[in-house]
Design a binder for this molecule. Sequence first.
Ligand code: PLP
Length: 348
Amino acid sequence: MSEYRKPASEAGALRLHLNENTSGCSPRVLEVIRAFAAEDAAFYPDYDATYAAAARYFGVGVDSLLLTNGLDEGILAATAAAFRARDGGLPEALGVTPTFDMYEICAGGLGGHWLNVPLGRDFTLDNRAMLEAVTPRTRIVFITTPHNPSGVAVPAEQIVALARALDPVLLFVDEAYAEFRGGSVLDVAMLAALANVVVGRTFAKAFGLAGLRAGALVASPRTLVPMRRIVLPYTLNAVTAAALPVAIDDVAYRERYIEEASRSREMLANACARLALRTWSSEANFMLVDVGQRAHEIASGLAARGVLVRDKSSEPGLHGCLRMTTGRVADTERLIGALEEVLCDARG
Ligand SMILES: *Cc1c(COP(=O)(O)O)cnc(C)c1O
């Protein structure tokens, strides 16, 4: 794949196909947006308060933080920085399959090559297989924890071991869903000791700010230097810059959603067990469900009932699988109801 294709989405349908926070953003963020003044739109944004709030949230100094226009931009900037770093031949990016599609899209878009290693049984990461796939041209390696689309998390020790073995190749640890497992797997001391690691975070998922576009790279200050040169100085727009400190401050809003996501996972896992559908233990706000041979039909059946899920069944390693957002409990109840109906129809 070389270009991102936005999945189809019927207006008015329940969006459980992009892992968005369907409860919307914090009401306090909306207040900030409504209070926006003419000058706020006219002047270039000041990021001091935004950086201070985000650095406090991640528990790092501002020099260990680079805010980006969504984590997607962080992936692009890290790839661009890694591709510049050394010369000789077509640069390569390495990841796993199945995986989040932006790594390949960014590597290809920047004129590099994308290589991937299949994940092991039950979506486990195999360090040895990854290391064996590294070539002299490999500049950046992507892992995702919790993994998208399975939700399976990678243990911290395994990430540290992989980083050490890869050094000086850059290891990008995409933690877009870190909030749902209680925070980053890598503490500040680990990050300081691993100069070839960059952690990707986003405010799109747990914070419900996908539409405002705010992401972050967290790494030791030296590691971020080449990426800072690539990310444009005013990449966050003024609305997002003003909204972020308020969003970060609204802990209660976020905790409620994270708690609902946890209950939703349990509800969906139990429903799937009842329906004899296989699931994997997820630590994110979504779950992968193996619905079998008729995955396309089941996804269409859900869509016909106004519930959108992500059909992953034609991707390698995901035969029969649909990815479903498990966020708000009310949405999960609706999803389970629709799934029961569709399966009842499909099984005749
Ligand atoms: C959603 C997602 C992102 C992108 O986040 P944005 O901040 O919306 O760009 C990155 N990585 C993974 C694994 C994701 O699921």
